[in-house]
Write a protein of this length. Structure first.
Length: 309
């Protein structure tokens, strides 16, 4: 009986991941005269752990780069369409939602055609959801990486986030083409896209670090994540406008940084409005606070990850 190919592919991918880390480790060692020996101490949840973790992470930036490239290569390996898949997913969802909310149910888009309107919501949402999903499952996909050698464990989820940025950039080409087709005139508000995406990326990193640390201990997180993200999407103004949310519930909506980021991103791209400073401030504040807590919890859990994975 012929051997099944799936385990062989998994083993090959795992070996490639190990080789990638060893290669980055070798390059880093050759560029740094002396790398200090790391002694992993007991779990500690404190601000000192956060600052120490950031300093150590900066020393391993070469490994983060190598693993990010590895994620992109593996994702589209042996794929006929390759990088086109990064644009096909939001395009397919846009087609479905355009049919539903243009023919079955009407959505107020303030005069903007629905395809670019919904695409401006789907693009940042897919970036956020795919980065979180990949990062959470990635922590337990390669257990040998956590047990064979030391490196900052947050590099694993952050490498998936970096790969998601590339996918976002590819899909953005479709967004630009769509804006040209529907004759959407860009304004100076487009400059706000960069800080908005930075905030969204920081929030995605916070959720990824938090859920990834819990996933190592409780695998229920990975099983429940698709369901949670599905509910989260419809609780966020992705396929409908923020103005459609009842006035009494808008403050509650803005407690979700994803909702605030998508609302501001759509307004900046479509040129409808300048981001509200209060919304921007609230979104940035909540994101920074959660990122701080999530990173501190991740570093506190790092000491026991190799034993639990």
């Amino acid at each position: 009986m012929a051997p099944e190919p799936a385990p062989l592919r998994a083993t090959s991918t795992l070996t490639q991941a190990d080789d990638s880390i060893r290669h980055a480790w070798t390059e880093s060692a050759s560029s740094v005269s002396t790398r200090r020996v790391r002694v992993v101490g007991p779990p500690s949840f404190s601000l000192r752990t956060v600052f120490t973790g950031i300093a150590v992470l900066a020393e391993y930036k070469d490994l983060l780069y190598t693993l990010s490239i590895f994620r992109l290569n593996v994702r589209y390996k042996q794929s006929m369409l390759g990088w086109v898949w990064a644009a096909l997913q939001p395009l397919a969802l846009m087609g479905i939602y355009t049919f539903v909310f243009s023919h079955v149910a009407k959505v107020n888009t303030n005069g903007t055609a629905y395809p670019p309107f919904v695409f401006c919501g789907l693009l940042p949402w897919i970036f956020f959801s795919s980065a979180v999903t990949s990062a959470v499952h990635g922590m337990v996909a390669y257990p040998t990486l956590l047990t064979k050698m030391y490196f900052p464990r947050e590099i694993i989820p952050l490498s998936y986030l970096a790969a998601g940025v590339v996918d976002f950039a590819i899909a953005s080409v479709v967004l630009v083409s769509m804006l040209l087709y529907y004759k959407v005139t860009p304004t100076w508000n487009l400059l706000y896209v960069v800080p908005i995406l930075a905030v969204l990326g920081a929030f995605a990193a916070a959720i990824a670090l938090l859920f990834a640390a819990v996933q190592v201990r409780f695998r229920d997180v990975g099983l429940a994540l698709p369901f949670v993200l599905q509910i989260w999407m419809f609780a966020t103004p992705v396929v409908y406008s923020f103005q459609a949310v009842p006035q009494r519930m808008r403050t509650l909506y803005l407690l979700d940084p994803v909702a605030g980021a998508i609302h501001m991103f759509r307004g900046a791209v479509l040129g409808a409005q300048t981001p509200d400073p209060r919304v921007m401030g609230l979104t940035c504040g909540l994101t920074f606070l959660l990122l701080l807590v999530a990173y501190a919890y991740f570093k506190a859990s790092e000491a026991t990850m190799a034993d639990r994975v």
